[in-house]
Design a protein around this ligand. Structure first.
Ligand code: FA5
Length: 382
């Protein structure tokens, strides 16, 4: 700032010359009018009304003027700054109005749009159904047991009294697994059949693992995936789900097995449903049986009544569930359990087959191909 000077004339001071003030004002007003948005206006404000703007600098010069010159210069600079400040205020209001209108359009929410376009995922009905079976037994005090899907032949066959010549051991039914450097791998001699490792063909090896792990009394339910070299068709899949049950205790009889089966089908299919046993053969149970349940839809009423056919049981009145029996004493012995003291029962069935008749699914392929059009009607159970 210049020092007070009696001979000081504002017209002579460059920054206070009327044409300089007018030019600074005109430039400021033009810049304000040209500011296209609030950000640009902020910059214009700093440049033309800020501390280092020409008009602010001119204003500082006034203090150094002699008293008689101050009023005139002050009025001129004050009017110019007032005009700029007024223009800034107006433009600010205009730009804010424009912004608010734009935001209202751009950020408008159409409350009529559906809010749930992305449906929540859900677990596969095979999973939820096999858990429902588990729940029936967990409620009775059974524990859930699991075993590996890649299994030693000994657990899958030998310990279950399935001898080396049993048809189930042939390549026809069983996926044999070979590891690197093992027989059948690349140039190594022999075939995968010699590897001693298979993809388990049923959940029954979990019986063996459980009996080797725990002392009787044993009450376990074992759900799991199993593998067979079956072609994929309407009633078979090479990968399917089984649920196995094993009970070993003192004094267990076929009556306990039958009572347990009846309880299970009642819980899963409703009151009035019961089971029957038909003689069968499994190497690991003796005696063995095929278990059927009375049709939960027609309760047998469709049998011999052509006017009331039943699609669920094909009017046969009974539905085949799976295999069962009393644990063969040879299996107990193989696991170090005294067959003189303990007896046991076991059963196993396929979840896919059970789902087929429970939900009238005509083709098993629909269950395993992963098309959500199949799973959606089962709901969003998670
Ligand atoms: C067994 O696997 C015995 N381990 C069951 C058992 C356990 C008997 C304990 C006695 C004591 P099976 O081979 O019958 O049995 O098979 C049982 C069920 O698996 C069949 O009833 C059927 O529902 C289902 N199943 C068999 N093969 C297939 C397949 N390829 N696709 C879908 N389900 C199948």
């Amino acid at each position: 700032m210049s020092a007070p000077n009696k001979s000081y004339d504002p017209v002579e001071v460059e920054a206070l010359k009327p044409e300089v003030i007018d030019r600074a004002k005109d430039e400021a007003l033009a810049a304000v009018a040209a500011a296209g948005d609030l950000e640009a206006l902020r910059e214009v404000k700093a440049a033309h009304a800020g501390d280092r703007s020409p008009l602010a600098l001119a204003n500082r010069e006034i203090g150094a003027l002699p008293p008689h010159a101050k009023a005139d210069a002050g009025k001129r600079v004050g009017q110019a700054r007032g005009a700029v400040s007024q223009a800034l205020k107006q433009r600010q209001e205009e730009l804010e109005r424009e912004r608010d209108e734009r935001v209202l359009v751009e950020e408008a929410v159409d409350v009529t749009l559906p809010y749930d376009r992305l449906p929540a995922g859900a677990r596969h009905p095979l999973t939820t159904f096999s858990e429902r079976v588990e729940d029936v037994f967990v409620a009775m005090g059974y524990a859930v047991a699991e075993g590996p899907e890649t299994e030693a032949e000994w657990f899958n066959f030998d310990a279950l009294n399935i001898g080396p010549d049993h048809p189930a051991r042939t390549m026809q039914d069983t996926f044999f697994v070979r590891g690197p450097g093992e027989p059948g791998d690349g140039d190594a001699p022999g075939s995968a059949e010699d590897s001693g490792v298979v993809l388990r063909t049923h959940t029954s090896p979990v019986q063996i693992r459980t009996l080797l792990d725990r002392e009787p009394p044993v009450y376990v339910i074992c759900p799991g995936r199993v593998f067979r070299t079956d072609e994929l068709d309407a009633t078979h899949t090479p990968v399917f789900t089984q649920v196995e049950l094993l009970a070993v205790d003192e004094g267990l009889t076929m009556a306990d097995l039958k009572g347990t089966l009846d309880h299970m089908v009642r819980e899963l299919f409703g009151e009035g449903v019961h089971t029957r046993l038909r003689p069968n053969y499994f190497p690991f149970t003796e005696p063995s049986a095929e278990m059927d349940m009375v049709c939960y839809r027609c309760h047998g009423a469709s049998v011999g009544d052509p006017d009331n056919p039943c699609r669920t049981c094909s009017s046969e009145g009974w539905i085949e569930l799976g295999g069962c029996g009393m644990v063969n004493p040879r299996v107990l012995t193989a696991c170090g359990v005294d067959p003189e003291r303990y007896s046991g029962f076991a059963f196993g069935f396929g979840i896919e087959r059970m789902m087929m008749f429970r939900h009238n699914v005509e083709d098993m392929r629909d269950m395993v191909e992963g098309d959500v059009r199949f799973t959606r009607p089962f709901g969003m159970e998670i």
